[in-house]
Design a protein around this ligand. Structure first.
Ligand code: CTP
Length: 406
């Protein structure tokens, strides 16, 4: 994310078990060329040491041992005023409450009051707390004031409970920061339809067939397209990811539901991106009641409709992008898939490799287009892959002068 290069940023870290994830965030920010000053609350220091952050950021870390009245401290408050952005990740319910009410009783909350640039808050808290009326009221106050407060993710929490309260992923925090700092609007006027996540194919009322897709790639695409000015509809299978702000989400479960939702929203769409991992098969006749017994069972499967091929065959004028999850002969299989599906661009990745593809934060893809281009992209975060795909779509469409439905 070159927009971060040379930017002065302040990262506030508060006392949540998710504080260790802030370490990854600092690494990504510095990797992108940002100059990061980390500010730890007293409680944060119980989870991660100042030394860790100091080593990664290459800068002094502000802690409450640091006397807020000292000259050096005053200098850092000035830094707060000059910073391109201030991020708090993770932000506890306590920090959110103090920020909403302008309380400045430690270093971080003092710097928060001094900040003149955009403020991004990535909350993390235990189940139930996020939904508490007090927290919601504080979040609403901050948002009204122009502070970007991210929605926490849903999933297992440190307490053993499950619910909404997990720190949004590093990639999501970076994506939001990116959009706060760079208002590129090269997709203004576009209507983008993205599909994401797995599908669930029922076997009986309590069981289903699914796959390992997390939905991350599709959600990053939807968020990036929205940030770049497009009107975005996201048809999503079941995922644990919070919907990107400003995107219309159409939740679906099965491939047939996904097909229906996609066809319903196709009109007027200029770019279709099918990142969903649609189950190839479904149970031919799902049982109406729960299947019982401990005997061998044969499940008869029937193929699902190929939504991507169907969309491409409609020739609406939309630019159609498909994904291919391959385990071998990636380039050859991807080329064949591009042709078989009749689409403009295919994003191929090798899902047999660790650290990329399904459920990972990074991806390393090959972009194959119908005009004979094959561009391998280096390994990068899914947010960066999303931006690269969208830029490629714009470049190809310009080159091919593809007719567009508006
Ligand atoms: N896809 C779809 N409908 C299906 C299956 C797949 O729209 N029933 C889309 C996916 O969203 C993706 C692309 O097709 O964009 C490629 O999916 P892939 O997993 O490679 O599946 P298949 O095309 O079925 O190919 P394979 O023979 O490798 O399984």
């Amino acid at each position: 994310m070159s927009t971060l290069a040379g930017k002065e940023l302040i990262l506030g870290v508060t006392g949540s078990i998710a504080a260790y994830k802030a370490v990854l965030l600092v690494r990504e920010l510095t990797r992108a060329g940002a100059r990061v000053t980390v500010c730890l609350t007293e409680h944060a220091e119980r989870f991660v040491t100042a030394l860790t952050f100091r080593t990664l950021s290459g800068r002094a870390v502000l802690t409450d041992l640091f006397d807020p009245q000292s000259d050096e401290a005053v200098e850092h408050v000035a830094l707060g005023e000059r910073a391109a952005a201030l991020i708090v990740a993770p932000a506890t319910a306590n920090l959110i409450a103090k920020a909403a009410h302008g309380i400045a009783d430690d270093f971080l909350t003092t710097v928060l009051l001094a900040a003149r640039g955009p403020v991004l808050i990535a909350p993390a808290m235990d189940g139930g707390m996020w939904d508490h009326a007090a927290v919601q009221a504080n979040v609403a106050t901050l948002r009204q004031r122009g502070v970007a407060v991210l929605e926490p993710d849903t999933g297992p929490l440190a307490s053993g409970l499950s619910g909404k309260g997990r720190l949004p992923e590093v990639d999501v925090i970076l994506e939001s920061l990116h959009s706060l700092l760079t208002p590129v609007r090269d997709l203004a006027g576009e209507r983008v339809l993205v599909t994401a996540g797995p599908t669930r194919e029922p076997i009986d009322p309590v069981r289903y067939i699914t796959n390992r897709s997390s939905g991350k790639m599709g959600y990053r695409l939807a968020a990036a397209a929205q940030r770049r000015g497009a009107t975005v509809t996201l048809v999503s299978g079941p995922t644990a990811i919070a919907p990107p702000p400003g995107v219309v989400v159409v939740p679906v479960e099965s491939a047939e539901e996904m097909r229906e939702a996609v066809l319903q929203h196709l009109r007027g769409t200029t770019i279709v991106i099918k990142a969903a991992a649609v189950a190839d098969y479904r149970a031919k006749t799902p049982a109406a009641t729960k299947i019982k017994g401990k005997r061998d069972l044969t499940l008869e499967l029937t193929p699902n409709p190929d939504i991507l091929a169907e969309v491409a065959a409609q020739r609406t004028g939309a630019f159609v992008v498909g994904f291919a999850a391959e385990t071998d002969d990636v380039a050859k299989n991807a080329q064949a898939k591009l042709e078989a599906k009749g689409i403009e661009l295919l994003v191929a990745n090798d899902v047999s490799r660790a650290g990329i593809g399904f459920d990972a934060d990074d991806n390393e893809v090959l972009l194959i287009d119908r005009w004979g281009g094959a561009e391998p992209l280096p390994r990068m975060s899914k947010g960066e892959v999303a931006d690269a795909i969208l830029s490629r779509v714009l470049a190809l469409r310009k080159r091919a002068a593809q007719p567009v439905t508006r």
